[in-house]
Design a protein around this ligand. Structure first.
Ligand code: VG1
Ligand code: CO
Length: 543
């Protein structure tokens, strides 16, 4: 068997988005499409000879083929070892953990996260660097530049190794180590959380349901919740990963996880409910009769993390993406710790975590995590919640109410307009940017604009600058509207509108969210001209 150098031509659309390169499966199946991107990644990363690489994915359609190709290409590009999950499976946080634990030079994660899968669904490739986190912008820019000039890639013509059994094999001069995808990760969770306390709470009657949405977290949740924590078999539903996620979107929100939401709102609801996404980095948290918004969950986890053994020393600081509600800021202020506001996407948290400035990070899009890995982590968030419930011996709704009465409530909602005509969406953003300078002082009903800008971020650690990260309209009193275009979609454009209003008074903490945000929602349309420019009268998804 030998190493082949294959001639290829560049594709001009391989610019990584918020989280790697995402396209429809048939697009990825074009000749050399995946190979080009993987080779460009290897070239841009420039890992030392003999380095270790972690490879795995969320098990969606096309995962198996690309895992095989990536291994054969790694063997031809000087890697000394690949660590790959059995059957090519690894959740995103488990991959991040393995990169760190094995001191790998990086990892290739195959996933399109919450996007649907199957032969006509979505696929994606993401590169993570040696700290276990998504490649920072400097690296993704180098990858993109390389995809524009690539002329050849290297691949071994040996067959891809058998990934069905844990163990060692060899391809060319490279060792292939197939590992159980769950065990290292489960061990890390045991180090962070009081499994005895959670086990006792469950034995004492705490009931739960975890919806794995036919995606990667099924095996993780079954091993940890049912296996190690003693929750009854059947606690994890939709626990077998399917290539097409059973036809749904593996997106843990009120739309796509509606059966779970209905169950938690029903008469025989368990105490706690949760779901995760395609690649296991997102989480949805529910209690009997309540859905906890991701922004509130971040704030509550930060305020209570010290109750879990991995965080008893307290947290150093909190980071949130810009569109995430400012509930976490109030916690940080009360705890007198740092708060950082970053652009959307986990890659911006890496430096803050590495430098010890923050311990907990989160995004409004159902992502929370800590310095235990460099990705958001769905099962971690679920276990931290369970740990808090076990220690506080209160229900989810009670904990949320108590949090609001201490810190006030940040009413919050995100409206997504999907598959909008791209030029129309870009025009809308363009027009907002053009009007920013004249916005301050303008009045909309009772709302007066105090500040308007296009968010840019200077990384406090390496000084790198990221511009054009979303238009913010801030009103006196602190309410906000944020507009940005998604960087993960694969068809048309997705316009995201984020709405937030703070309410200090506990007797106004029980309003329906839409009512609390009514004036902001109307103002978002007035300022953004959403109806006029997109032809849409309603968002497709409200989360
Ligand atoms: C979305 C979310 C963002 C998240 C990203 C990747 O990006 O808004 O918060 O980091 O997805 O998450 P965008 O650009 O579409 O708004 V995952 O779980 O899809 O890897
Ligand atoms: Co995800």
């Amino acid at each position: 068997m030998s190493i082949q150098t294959v001639e290829t031509k560049p594709y001009d659309d391989q610019k990584p988005g918020t989280s790697g390169l995402r396209k429809k499966v048939p697009h990825f199946q074009q000749p050399n499409y995946a190979e080009n991107f993987i080779q460009a990644t290897f070239d841009a990363a420039d890992s030392p000879a003999g380095a270790t690489l972690v490879i795995g994915g969320d098990g969606r359609f096309f995962n198996r083929e690309v895992v095989g190709k990536a291994i054969r290409m790694a063997a031809a590009n000087g890697f000394g070892r690949v660590v790959v999950g059995q059957d090519g499976l690894l959740s995103t946080p488990a991959a991040s953990n393995l990169i760190r634990k094995r001191q790998a030079a990086g990892g290739i994660i195959l996933s399109a996260s919450h996007n649907p899968g199957g032969p006509d669904g979505d696929f994606g490739i993401k590169f993570n660097v040696s700290n276990g986190g998504p490649a920072p912008e400097g690296v993704t820019e180098r990858i993109y530049a390389r995809t524009r000039s690539i002329t050849q890639y290297r691949i071994s013509d040996a067959p891809a190794p058998d990934l069905s059994k844990v163990g060692l094999s060899r391809i060319e001069d490279m060792e292939v180590e197939v590992v159980d995808p769950v065990s290292d990760y489960a061990q890390l969770m045991e180090e962070l959380f009081d499994f005895d306390a959670i086990r006792a709470a469950i034995a004492g009657g705490l009931t739960l349901r975890f919806d794995a949405m036919h995606a990667i977290t099924g095996p993780y949740a079954r091993e940890i919740l049912e296996g190690r924590l003693g929750a009854p078999v059947g606690t994890v539903v939709n626990g077998i990963p399917l290539e097409d996620f059973g036809g749904g979107h593996p997106d843990p929100n009120v739309v796509w996880a509606a059966p779970l939401v209905d169950h938690l709102m029903s008469a025989n609801a368990p105490d706690f409910g949760a779901a995760s996404d395609g690649d296991g980095d997102r989480n949805m948290i529910l209690g009997r009769g309540i859905v906890v918004t991701p922004s509130d969950s971040l704030a509550i986890l930060a305020a209570n993390a010290h109750l879990a053994k991995g965080y008893t020393r307290g947290i150093a600081g909190i980071a949130r993406s810009m569109p995430t509600s400012q509930a976490a800021d109030r916690v940080a202020a009360a705890m007198k710790i740092g708060i950082y506001e970053t652009p959307t996407g986990w890659k911006f948290f890496g430096n803050l975590l590495d430098s010890g400035k923050v311990t907990i990070c989160g995004e409004e899009s159902s992502g929370t995590g800590s310095d235990h890995v460099r990705e958001k982590d769905g099962v971690w968030a679920v276990l931290l919640w369970l740990n808090i419930l076990a220690v506080r011996k209160q229900g989810v709704a009670e904990i949320v109410q108590d949090h609001w009465s201490r810190f006030g409530r940040n009413y919050y909602q995100r409206h997504d307009y999907e598959e909008v005509d791209k030029p129309a969406a870009e025009g809308l953003m363009e027009s907002l940017r053009d009007r920013l300078a004249s916005m301050a002082g303008q009045r909309f009903g009772t709302l007066v604009v105090s500040e308007a800008d296009d968010f840019s971020y200077k990384d406090p650690v390496d000084g790198s600058l990221s511009t054009g990260q979303g238009v913010r309209i801030i009103f006196s009193g602190g309410s906000r509207i944020v507009y940005r275009l998604s960087g993960t979609g694969t068809k048309g454009a997705t316009l995201r509108v984020y709405l937030e209003r703070f309410e200090a008074s506990p007797d106004r903490h029980d309003l329906p969210v839409e009512e609390a945000l009514k004036e902001l929602i109307e103002t978002a349309d007035a300022i953004g001209e959403i109806r006029k420019r997109t032809g849409r009268t309603e968002p497709d998804v409200r989360t």
